[in-house]
Design a protein around this ligand. Structure first.
Ligand SMILES: O=C(O)CCC(=O)C(=O)O
Length: 260
């Protein structure tokens, strides 16, 4: 059983599945050539940062055009717009490497350790909407898949601490199986973890996180001016680079990001 969606339009069924489970799986987003290009870019990114072992490297879009193109990918952006409306930003983008023979990760919900999103109220609001592009094959379990707990974004109780400490399995854990080039699209409050990877190669996934326009970015303190100068107006808007006539009070954000 999988909440399968299609690239592009956020259909009524997508909305129902997203509300019910907290995530969608979108196969066939990237072609084989695009996957290869993004994978090579990801490897270069980790090497250039000297990242060792399990690591998440941010801002790959500034230096790697293949990763920049995913910022506003037409398979994903209409779904983000359907959920947020016309005002949102790219809060961060992380390239995760799980090394060959990597173990299981810790269960968590996304958010900010500095101020947990669960403090904002129930149900936990959508603050970090994530599109994860799988750059290595994950079509069978134990290939560094993501594991999600369907519907857990609506749970009023936490996953028990003992399970989290022991990194135990849970009977309702759903190991996401999808080929490279697929996207996992999910709500910040869904409990999830990195699943075991038995392969003898490093596993890479490129994560793009979209937020309301008043959320602070987490992969950068400021935007890179050279990147802003050469990128598109849509991407500049998504980097939060738009005029705020009445700053710092935050009204009058431009209504449509294409006009940014
Ligand atoms: O394994 C990954 O790529 C993602 C890890 C994760 O759970 C996260 O970034 O929140």
């Amino acid at each position: 059983m999988n909440p399968i969606s299609n690239p592009g339009e956020f259909t009524e069924l997508d909305r129902f599945m997203f509300e019910s489970w907290g995530y969608l799986i979108i196969p066939n987003v990237l072609s084989e050539d695009e996957v290869k290009e993004c994978l090579e870019a990801s490897i270069r990114l980790h090497e250039s940062e000297g990242a060792k072992g399990w690591a998440q490297v941010g801002k790959g879009y500034e230096t790697e055009s293949a990763l920049e193109r995913l910022i506003d990918h037409p398979a994903v952006l209409p779904k983000v717009r359907a959920l947020y409306g016309e005002r949102f930003i790219l809060q961060s983008a992380w390239c995760t490497k799980q090394p060959a023979f990597g173990g299981v990760g810790g269960w968590h919900q996304d958010g900010s350790g500095a101020y947990e999103f669960s403090k904002l109220g129930y149900p936990i609001p959508l603050i970090q909407l994530r599109a994860s592009f799988l750059l290595t094959d994950q079509s069978i379990p134990r290939t560094g898949n993501m594991e999600m707990i369907p519907g857990s974004h609506r749970s009023q109780v936490q996953l028990p601490g003992a399970i989290r400490t022991a990194k135990d399995d849970v009977p309702i854990g759903h190991v996401i199986c999808a080929p490279s080039g697929s996207v996992l699209f999910f709500h910040n409050a869904v409990w999830h973890r990195t699943f075991t990877h038995d392969g003898d190669y490093d596993r890479y996934t490129m994560h793009y996180i979209y937020s309301p326009p008043w959320v602070r970015c987490s992969d950068r303190f400021e935007n890179n001016q050279e990147f802003l100068d050469r990128t598109t107006s849509t991407r500049r808007y998504l980097m939060g680079q738009f005029a705020r006539p009445d700053a710092p009070f935050g009204a009058s954000y431009p209504a449509e990001f294409e006009k940014g």
